[in-house]
Design a protein around this ligand. Structure first.
Ligand code: MN
Length: 298
């Protein structure tokens, strides 16, 4: 029995109207062409968009990712930044404890990545609080430019940070699956990175597992996002694109397209999303946390 809003081996789409914003979202979660089990999952609640990529094999990874999504889905949306961040941190600890309780018949332990975007309020206007552990990513398209918000916790990312590898070399390197942070039993206490930026009409927020980015280079992802008419078309086309290149891993995409709500009958001011808060915040440029992003736990 899965939590409300949980998606695996399926597609889903909807419209959330919150705080003067219209958030058109869609999810596609596909097992791919090679793997037998789908250890990815996604979960959408109004104002909360989550994705996890489990590991550990059958009966481990799929359980771990679903536990993480179930626990994280309890975060409140629309709260203040610090309180929401603390809530996410506490839920990550709870998720890790529950994953640690999963009985594994094999030698491998259950674990999972997690990334998510939670709508919060900062200085009276809506913002995204984005977090990640592992190599599942959140991107933002603003003014037609696709920007990766999160930074992978992976061995190849450390090579990139050290100037030993380009991002494109890292994308196809044989060591790309080695991640340096995850949620799971026997692992270090969970340590997520957090990013905060304004929720701007016209933006597209995309969460994805490495089954997408391992197949499709960012420029192709950007083209697909730019060409799609609806969020549902976009996630369908992204999954199709990854499958066409081999679908070597499970592929999951969550897309949220932000539009201004119908402000005509909204005179409260507080809920008006189209305040003058443009320009100051750039996606990914405003890290809320003090974490050293290049630190490795493993
Ligand atoms: Mn994966």
């Amino acid at each position: 029995m899965s939590a409300p809003g949980f998606v695996r081996d399926d597609v889903a789409a909807g419209l959330d109207e919150i705080g003067g914003l219209r958030l058109e979202w869609a999810v596609a979660c596909n097992v791919g062409s090679v793997r037998e089990a789908n250890e990815d999952g996604a979960l959408v609640r109004p104002g909360t968009y989550l994705l996890a990529d489990g590991m550990g094999g059958h009966d481990c990874g799929e359980v771990a990712s679903e536990i993480a999504l179930d626990v994280l889905s309890r975060v409140d949306t629309g709260g203040e930044q610090d309180a929401t961040r603390e809530a996410v941190d506490a839920l990550l600890v709870e998720a890790q404890d529950k994953i640690g309780d999963v009985d594994t018949s094999s030698e491998r332990r259950a674990g999972t990545t997690a990334t998510g975007a939670v709508l919060i309020e900062r200085d009276g206007s809506p913002h995204w609080l984005v977090f990640n552990i592992g190599d599942s990513r959140t991107y933002c398209v603003r003014d037609g430019v696709l920007e990766q918000v999160t930074v992978d916790h992976s061995q190849v990312q450390e090579f990139v940070d050290a100037g030993m590898m380009t991002p494109e070399q890292a994308r196809v390197d044989a060591r790309r699956n080695v991640i340096t942070r995850a949620l799971g039993g026997g692992m270090e206490p969970p340590r997520a990175d957090f990013f905060v930026f304004a929720t701007e009409p016209g933006d597209q927020l995309m969460l994805c597992s490495d089954g997408l980015t391992g197949e499709l280079p960012d420029p192709e992802i950007a083209d697909i996002l730019a060409d799609a008419e609806t969020a549902q078309d976009a996630v369908d086309n992204l999954v199709e694109g990854a499958l066409a290149l081999g679908g070597h891993d499970n592929i999951t995409v969550v897309l949220v397209r932000v539009a201004a709500g119908d402000a005509a009958d909204d005179n409260t001011g507080d809920d008006d999303a189209v305040d003058d808060n443009t320009g100051a915040d750039e996606a990914g440029g405003d890290e809320a946390g003090g974490d050293e992003k290049t630190d490795a736990d493993a």
